[in-house]
Design a protein around this ligand. Structure first.
Ligand code: NAP
Length: 292
């Protein structure tokens, strides 16, 4: 396989995902000089001290100048604004890519902003943690994880191949998918669980208020495991809910139907129906975990 190499790369948003990609691009070869671009100097200083970036700036256009690759790793509602602000300084042949958790809306907003000779390759690595910022960046985060690329008829084939190689070089298994399908799938397996985790914690908080009694101090591993992702960045997840609204609403409705069924079985004390529902879920999850 041809080794991808970018002499100068800009990472806009040096957080968990942008920072982790920068670390691996430097460690594994695809990047020469990495420029970090962000809003807060404090975060960029952390990125510099952790050697995630070689230089940094809070001025996107200045940072992107002379880069052959720009990775936009900011919350999904800000991706188009960033692309718009850097477009005038990009050279012909530059590839812009993103890592956003929503694809259709980003494509809809970004593609009209592209000037001649600049390519956009929409991508989404399926990897992460509940932590944010440059301090949370990890080497090897993408190893053996999927990265979904959602090209459109306008995507330049050469640029697509380059971005596919980049993700393969950091250890990901690349899947090419239609953006709409991506958004429906991720609404189910990622966005819905986050919505439920945030809601569950708020449910417990409301119960505490109503009962004037602390509940959380009696919680154990189950609650902790279930709600880990409720510690994720509220800014990032509010953006995702807004940008993938239709698919998330469909997923919430499906969840409400399933929960209502279970509620009915519990209300009627239908032990066999309750057991059937739990057995079905356990079988599916156990098989999924066994599959790795
Ligand atoms: P993060 O750790 O919060 O990093 C985002 C970074 O973007 C922050 O460090 C922030 O830096 C910077 N930023 C925010 N708005 C900006 C703007 N307008 N211009 C420049 N910099 C800006 O978040 P993340 O988890 O890496 O997520 C980044 C992207 O990856 C999102 O689109 C998300 O949907 C996607 N994603 C996340 C995960 C996950 O599990 N977390 C997984 C896959 C994909 P400042 O401190 O300077 O504001």
């Amino acid at each position: 396989m041809k080794k991808t190499f970018f002499k100068k790369v800009a990472i806009v948003g040096v957080g968990l995902i942008g920072g982790s990609l920068a670390l691996d691009m430097k460690r594994l070869g695809p990047a020469g000089h990495v420029v970090g671009i962000g809003r807060s100097r404090e975060n960029l200083r952390i990125a510099e001290s952790r050697k995630i970036v070689d230089s940094w700036t809070t001025d996107p256009a200045r940072g992107a100048e002379g880069c052959s690759l720009v990775v936009v790793a900011v919350p999904v509602k800000s991706v188009a604004r960033v692309v718009d602000s850097i477009m005038p300084v990009l050279d012909k042949g530059t590839i812009v890519t993103d890592v956003g958790s929503v694809k259709e809306k980003i494509i809809e907003e970004v593609e009209p902003l592209l000037k001649d000779g600049v390519s956009f390759v929409p991508a989404h690595p399926i990897a992460g943690t509940e932590h944010s910022g440059a301090g949370a960046a990890l080497t090897g985060l993408f190893k053996d994880k999927k990265c979904i690329i959602t090209p459109t008829p306008a995507t330049n084939q050469e640029a697509l191949n380059t971005i596919r190689e980049l993700w393969q070089e950091v250890g990901s298994q690349v899947v090419i998918m239609d953006a709409k399908l991506h958004d429906i799938i991720l609404a189910g397996v990622s966005h819905l669980p986050h919505v439920i985790a945030y809601s569950l914690v708020n449910t417990i908080a409301s119960m505490e208020e109503k009962k004037g009694q602390t509940l959380l101090e009696f919680s154990a591993g189950g609650f902790r495991d279930f709600t880990r992702i409720a510690s994720s960045s509220p800014e990032m997840w509010a953006d995702i809910c807004s940008m993938n609204r239709t698919a998330i609403l469909d997923a919430i409705e499906e969840f409400q139907r399933t929960l209502e069924e279970l509620k009915e079985s519990i209300a009627r004390d239908e032990l066999s129906a309750i057991k059937r529902a739990f057995e079905r879920a356990k079988k599916i999850r156990d098989a999924h975990i066994a599959d790795g």
